[in-house]
Design a binder for this molecule. Structure first.
Ligand code: FAD
Length: 387
């Protein structure tokens, strides 16, 4: 076996597809079974749309919505809107990841579903990955695409795991009542509330994704998700109207804990980390999925250079670290700084006034958290890296 990929979200699925298309043998281990829901705002930047379509995903036919406006509201109900230069589309992870899985299966990725990687060790120039079933998978290379937080982070003793993170994420799909002005298919909205913010964007079949980030302390204070939503989120009049005029499509929300935005390493113990395993951008940027897709492509492209004998392992790791940092460090930094404007009643109100008075400033911030359109996929990654 050439490559084991741990985690079948966007980063893992893209890396798997690229590697099989390069003629390499790939096993992908995923803890769950497709299709499944995921905590994610489901607004995808157009940065990666041409690339996804080039893989064979008919996004429009799959029901993706077109989004080219942004709305930002403060807890007081003050609101600001702007056009998005690059824009994006809305589609559920349930549908997007499933379509990539089906494509990967057809193209020859060996999927091990419903299995969890518990240990990964490197010795004698190859890897052994031990699963919860007791199986051991051996390969020349491992790509770690296991998302924000995993058992493996603990086993690898990664630095960000030593500091607990206060953030939690909550997500639902909702169906709006007809003709409500709070729901506009062409607009991705960020509604602020005390100690958090909530994204709303259209997805397939006339539904919307409602997804928010807040702190564990808030949830503890109010005891339950519905109580927290009533007491805190719905103080923002936009959120009150959204909850009041929609039907929740899940019995209970998807919730994740310990969402950490701390810097991570792109290579750990010879494993190439891709997507959130290498670093998570703050969700308000609406950009994590585009980064996971580009990161998966980058890892696969350099990995294939190593597996075909064009790069040594040391060169592979050095180039991957440097390419990852060239492409993503800047966005992560701006995302962390911008997040401070959110979740504070006074600051988010001031941000509405400031950005309202100087519209180019808001567009500048949006541009700096987004990458350039991803047009490089036909160029080998090694040609994109200086060092
Ligand atoms: C609240 C919130 C809102 C967001 N909103 C947006 C948005 O609107 N737009 C956007 O672009 N980004 C958004 N993001 C970010 C985006 O969701 C992530 O950046 C993206 O999902 C990263 O993809 P990934 O493939 O790295 O990880 P994931 O999609 O998380 O995939 C990781 C996979 O690994 C599997 N796994 C984990 N551990 C193991 C193991 N040990 N063995 C086997 N499998 C394992 C998991 O089951 C999972 O399927 C948001 C994030 C949060 C927290």
């Amino acid at each position: 076996m050439d490559v084991t990929i741990i985690g079948g979200g966007l980063a893992g699925l893209i890396a798997g597809l690229e590697l099989t298309r390069a003629g390499l043998t790939v096993t992908l281990i995923e803890r769950k079974t497709y299709p499944f829901h995921k905590v994610c705002g489901e607004y995808v930047s157009n940065e990666v749309r041409p690339y996804l379509e080039s893989l064979g995903l008919p996004l429009t036919g799959m029901g993706a919505t077109r989004i080219d406006r942004f709305q930002f509201t403060a807890p007081s109900g003050r609101s600001l809107e702007t056009a998005l230069d690059l824009g994006g589309f809305g589609i559920s992870r349930f549908r997007l990841d499933h379509a990539l899985y089906e494509l990967g299966k057809r193209e020859g990725i060996t999927f091990l579903l419903n299995r969890q990687a518990e240990r990964c060790t490197f010795s004698g120039d190859s890897f052994s990955v031990t699963l919860n079933t007791g199986e051991v998978i051996r390969s020349r290379l491992v790509i770690g695409a296991f998302g924000k937080r995993s058992k493996l982070d603990k086993q690898l003793d990664r630095r960000f795991m030593r500091r607990p993170s206060p953030y939690i994420g909550v997500k639902y799909h909702i169906r709006p009542a007809e003709n409500r002005p709070e729901f506009r298919a062409d607009t991705v909205a960020l509604h602020n509330f005390q100690d958090g913010y909530c994204g709303l964007s259209s997805i397939e079949d006339g539904n919307y994704c409602l997804c928010y980030l807040t702190t564990r302390a808030q949830l503890r204070r109010f005891g339950s998700v519905p109580e927290l939503e009533k007491a805190v989120l719905q103080r923002n009049p936009y959120l009150k109207a959204i909850y009041g005029h929609s039907e929740l499509l899940y019995e209970k929300p998807e919730v994740i804990n310990e969402v950490s935005f701390a810097p991570k390493q792109a290579v750990e113990d010879h494993i190439l980390m891709a997507g959130d395993s290498a670093g998570l951008i703050t969700p308000l940027c609406g950009n994590g999925m585009a980064m996971a897709i580009r990161g998966g492509w980058l890892a696969a492209d350099l990995a294939s250079g190593f597996l075909k004998g064009r790069l040594t392992r040391a060169e592979l790791e050095r180039r991957y670290r440097s390419a990852w940092s060239d492409q993503f460090d800047g966005r992560l930094r701006v995302g962390r700084i911008t997040q401070r404007l959110f979740g504070d009643e006074w600051l988010s109100g001031a941000a509405v006034s400031l950005f309202g008075a100087v519209p180019p400033l808001l567009r500048g911030v949006i541009r700096r958290t987004h990458g350039e359109p991803f047009n490089d996929w036909r160029t080998p990654a090694k040609d994109l890296i200086s060092g």
